[in-house]
Design a protein around this ligand. Structure first.
Ligand SMILES: [Zn+2]
Length: 234
């Protein structure tokens, strides 16, 4: 009784299971998670960009304020030195106004400098982050392509195997196939066990020589006394 066809069939079943497992690996999920991380990164950068836009508009307002104060300051100074003001009280009032304007100008200038620095710093940081994100996107794209082409190959092989299984099943006697299917419920797809170095390769039990002889002769089905698998002499 030849077990060769059944052995081939079992190998096809095992390869099919392995392929199906490979197709269901976490790789797809991992990539999906990575995509979300990238989207979050993009959203964070957009927020950063909006923050800079806000800072720039504040900067513009400060610049306007500074220009306005400068005009006021100059005109107050001109007024002071014009010689038109004679009244000491009025003079003192203008001097006080000039002093106040100067203080305001100084503090406005300081604010302007700080904000300008901050805008520059934030813009630089954003540019760097954008570069990181671009690299990340590229890496992700490459990974997705690799994943998809690998998946396609696996799917093609799986399709092939399904057809090979149908063809091979036809070459195994119905009785043997029935027996295999019955035993499969208990043992899984590894119903046949290859004899290697006088042991059952599935459970590693040493096979008594008398039984070994029977397996070699191949006149009848011999099962492993330990694990119950059909012993196959390859
Ligand atoms: Zn065994």
């Amino acid at each position: 009784m030849s077990l060769t066809a059944l052995w081939e069939l079992q190998n096809l079943y095992l390869e099919k299971v392995e392929l199906e497992q490979s197709l269901n690996t976490a790789e797809g999920k991992k990539l999906y998670g990575e995509k979300h991380q990238i989207l979050n990164h993009m959203a964070a950068l957009k927020q950063q960009e909006e923050k800079i836009t806000g800072e720039k508009s504040l900067l513009k307002k400060l610049e306007d304020k500074y220009a306005e104060l400068t005009v006021k300051y100059k005109s107050a100074e001109e007024h002071l030195y014009s010689g038109d003001v004679k009244n000491p009280k009025e003079l003192a009032g203008i001097e006080q106004q000039i002093e106040l304007l100067k203080k305001e100008l100084d503090s406005c200038e300081e604010e302007l400098l700080l904000l300008t620095e901050k805008v520059e710093e934030d813009t630089k940081k954003l540019e760097q982050e954008k570069k990181v994100l671009d690299k990340r996107k590229q890496d992700y794209k490459a990974k997705v392509n690799k994943y998809l082409s690998g998946k396609k190959q696996l799917e093609e092989r799986l399709k092939q195997i399904r057809q090979e299984i149908i063809n091979t099943e036809k070459t195994v006697s119905p009785e043997l196939l029935n027996l295999y299917n019955r035993k499969k419920q208990r043992l899984g797809f590894k119903v046949l066990s290859l004899v290697q170095k006088k042991t059952c390769s599935a459970c590693h039990m040493v096979i008594p020589s008398l039984i070994l002889k029977e397996v070699k002769q191949g006149n009848q089905l011999v099962t492993c006394e330990n694990c119950g698998r059909i012993l196959y002499w390859g």
